[in-house]
Design a protein around this ligand. Structure first.
Ligand code: FES
Ligand SMILES: [Fe+2]
Length: 344
């Protein structure tokens, strides 16, 4: 595992619906190859993707009734990755005698996701990040998965970067209007909160629907260490949406991003599902392209960034991640509060 990755936290490894009783998933999280299945009790088992016998990949085996059979010589794995049959030695009795267990990781299931923590004995929080999903009637929720060829840090930076929206998502999201906005940035422990004040409607092609009178919008971006961003928009007609992205490092320069969108558009909410999904995917595809491009340049020339006023947000976030990588806790970083102005 690369030193820049942070194993002592909860990361999404799959959506709960993807892991059925008869499915076997092959994943990579923080450079670790993983085989996922459900045992006979329905509990997720997340094991290193390596058979204890002769190193076949467990994820190439088969799962039935909560038991995983390796595709090479048929060893059978059950609850928590325990070996429950060794056919070449007569079956179950031999396995009981040998008492072997594949390397399996801590898991938890929450908000429709299966999470893994890859560091044994880590002081992980008791729960994974709790998704802000308003339960109030009328709200709807949708979920997307996308793969980015860039680091977790650069993905996180992108989701709470407002100035790029006018260029990368020109017309879809914003247009350059040189409107000055007041931005209040605070950092406390592992949380960076950014509040945008005085922004009137500049939300691209759907402004006519979202805020036809061009009133002031409430917009807040949040970063929660190490890998979650959550963006909230509250619009004058009571319409609202929340976009939460969990960036899961596959490796140093590959990130799988799980995006949860909760939205409320009054009486149009039920009808808005497909268009919200389509717009969100269009925006994400544009981010995938720009982040691929950025990664290619970084690979060729190194990561040399120039920091301007709006980039303060990125400095505060990356300081937290660097602190975690160096073994300090976010609580040891000084709290910060700053007012900045910039133009979009
Ligand atoms: S390698 Fe898996 S059973 Fe032999
Ligand atoms: Fe973007």
């Amino acid at each position: 595992m690369s030193g820049s990755l942070l194993p002592g936290y909860w990361y999404v490894v799959a959506e709960s619906r993807e892991l059925t009783c008869d499915s076997l998933l092959s994943r990579q999280v923080l450079d670790v190859w993983i085989a996922c299945y459900r045992d006979a009790q329905g509990n997720a088992v997340i094991a290193e993707d390596r058979c204890l016998h002769r190193c076949a990949r467990l994820s190439n085996g088969k799962v039935r009734d909560g038991e995983l059979t390796c595709g090479y010589h048929g060893w059978v794995y059950g609850e928590a990755g325990k070996v429950i049959a060794i056919p070449g030695e007569g079956g179950a009795a031999a396995a009981t005698k040998r008492n072997l267990q594949a390397k399996a990781f801590s898991t938890r299931e929450q908000d429709g996701y299966v999470y893994v923590c890859l560091q044994p004995g880590a002081q992980t929080p008791a729960t994974a990040f709790v998704l802000p999903r308003p339960e109030a009637s009328g709200w709807r929720h949708l979920r997307l998965q996308n793969r980015f060829r860039n680091s977790m840090v650069n993905c996180v930076e992108n989701y709470i970067d407002v100035p790029h929206t006018a260029y990368v998502h020109h017309g879809v999201f914003r247009k350059p209007r040189q409107q000055q906005i007041q931005v209040s940035v605070s950092r406390s422990k592992g949380h960076v909160r950014v509040q945008y004040l005085g922004e009137t409607m500049n939300l691209g092609s759907f402004a006519w629907f979202l805020n036809p009178k061009g009133g002031e919008i409430e917009h807040e971006d949040n970063f929660y260490a190490p890998n979650v961003t959550s963006v909230h928009y509250r619009l004058p007609r009571g319409y609202s949406y929340i976009i939460t992205s969990q960036s899961v490092p596959v490796s140093d320069m590959e990130t799988l991003v799980y995006t949860d969108i909760s939205y409320y558009f009054g009486r149009w909410t039920a009808l808005a599902g497909w268009i919200t999904r389509r717009q969100a995917q269009t925006v994400i595809n544009q981010d995938i392209d720009i982040l691929n491009q950025q990664a290619e340049v970084i690979e060729k020339y190194g990561e040399n960034f120039f920091t301007t006023a709006p980039d303060i947000i990125h400095s505060l976030t990356s300081e937290i991640i660097t602190a975690l990588q160096q073994g300090t806790t976010p609580a040891e970083l000084p709290d910060q509060k700053k007012e900045v102005r910039f133009w979009v």
